[in-house]
Design a protein around this ligand. Structure first.
Ligand SMILES: Nc1nc2c(c(=O)[nH]1)N[C@H]1C(S)=C(S)[C@@H](COP(=O)(O)O)O[C@H]1N2
Ligand SMILES: [Mo]
Length: 380
């Protein structure tokens, strides 16, 4: 039997609330926001509440979880094997890995299906709202350094990635994927063992996971146990069928022939408003719109906010370091002098000139929802 995630989460939540009480913070407010929200009927899909998207780092206890089959048993001594088109096969322990130069970087991890619930018409899959994303500081070693140590054969073109989690029955395909060698050799691609300064938790892939800044979460293999250098992409459903996006615009609801689909890589530019909350209340006077924005293609150029339904736009102030696949916090303050309905809509642009679209392109699996985020609240 697998350890039951809900029980441990309930305990974590209790400890968290006790801690808040000791700090004199309102239990009531945090009872609403301070824990993960189970997404769908399976406990391994947990969404981060929107209110946490107002800061540069998402705390690990509320960092979303997405696992197809649930975690394998915790094994901090699990070794990583590198084989295939290499001069010498390697089997690396944690101590072996820690002999390579250590790297820490801050990067967004977002599920390609984040926002799927907002697609119209609806599409099958985990019905994520906005909570399948987070940003953490990831620490580990460069995949490039490991591959260089193993020695690449000239025909090497892809790295097949496998975790230790098993499908629930033999008829369900294994969660196996691959990345092109060029991406594997990118200095930002890490085999990570720490998240936000602590050893990875089991839910997030302990002891080792891949970190692929700028690319969607399905590349960030957890419980990493095998890297195989090969000529071809990985076999199987999760590489050859799933995680594909139309290469041409699609009429909402239309079927797309497989030949017109290609594997997704970088996350399109996006911003999201954490506060004020949709349907919330505020007093007449200063209002503040806060959120996060990022692009998987280039560092952020800027975020604009409109408080008049899109007629005029104001540049928001940005916090944090710009980077590919790294989010920055944006903030816009304004005065609301009269009672009534207030609203805000945000749109981001990256340094490649990509602009967040007003409508997200519909696609059959509901990937990469990145429409302008609009909220409205009552001022009295
Ligand atoms: N081994 C393994 N790795 C995996 C998955 C999985 O099911 N098994 N899910 C992937 C998907 S689809 C996402 S979005 C991210 C989620 O990472 P997190 O649970 O740490 O947030 O892990 C990826 N890595
Ligand atoms: Mo995902």
């Amino acid at each position: 039997m697998r350890p039951s995630l809900p029980d441990s989460l309930v305990l974590a939540r209790r400890a968290f609330l006790r801690g808040l009480g000791a700090l004199g913070l309102s239990r009531l407010a945090y009872a609403e926001e301070g824990f993960l929200v189970q997404q769908g009927s399976v406990p391994q899909n947990l969404a981060t509440p929107l209110t946490f998207f107002d800061r540069l780092l998402t705390p690990t206890p509320v960092f979303f979880v997405r696992s197809h089959f649930g975690p394998p048993a915790l094994d901090r001594a699990r070794k990583l094997t590198i084989d295939g088109l290499v001069k010498g096969q390697l089997t690396l322990s944690m101590d072996d890995l820690k002999a390579f130069p250590e790297v820490t970087l801050t990067s967004v991890l977002q599920c390609a299906g984040n926002g799927r619930a907002l697609m119209a018409p609806r599409v099958p899959g985990v019905q994520w709202g906005h909570g399948a994303m987070g940003q953490a500081a990831w620490t580990g070693v460069r995949l490039k350094d490991l591959l260089t140590r193993a020695g690449l054969a000239p025909e090497a073109a892809h790295v097949r990635l496998a975790g230790a989690d098993l499908a629930p029955k033999p008829t369900v395909p294994a969660f196996v994927r691959s990345i092109p060698l060029s991406r594997a050799l990118d200095p930002g691609t890490l085999v990570a063992y720490r998240m936000n300064g602590e050893p990875l938790t089991l839910a997030h892939g302990a002891p080792l996971r891949l970190v692929v800044p700028g690319w969607a979460g399905d590349h960030w293999i957890k419980w990493l146990v095998s890297l195989r250098v090969q000529k071809e992409e990985a076999e199987g459903f999760y590489m050859q069928t799933a995680y594909k996006f139309p290469t041409v615009p699609v009429v909402p609801g239309a079927a797309v022939p497989p030949a017109q689909m290609k594997s997704m890589t970088t996350m399109p530019v996006k911003s999201l408003i954490a506060r004020p909350a949709e349907g919330g209340r505020a007093r007449v006077g200063p209002q503040e719109v806060v959120g996060v924005a990022f692009s998987g293609d280039a560092p952020l150029q800027g975020v604009e906010v409109s408080i008049d339904g899109g007629q005029t736009w104001r540049p928001a102030a940005l916090e944090g370091e710009p980077g590919v696949g790294r989010w920055q916090v944006f903030r816009l303050k304004f005065e609301q002098r009269t009672p009534g309905r207030a609203s805000a809509v945000a749109r981001a642009t990256d340094r490649q000139g990509n602009k967040q679209p007003e409508q997200a392109p519909w696609n059959p699996s509901g990937y990469f929802w990145n429409a302008w985020h609009k909220v409205s609240w009552e001022v009295s």
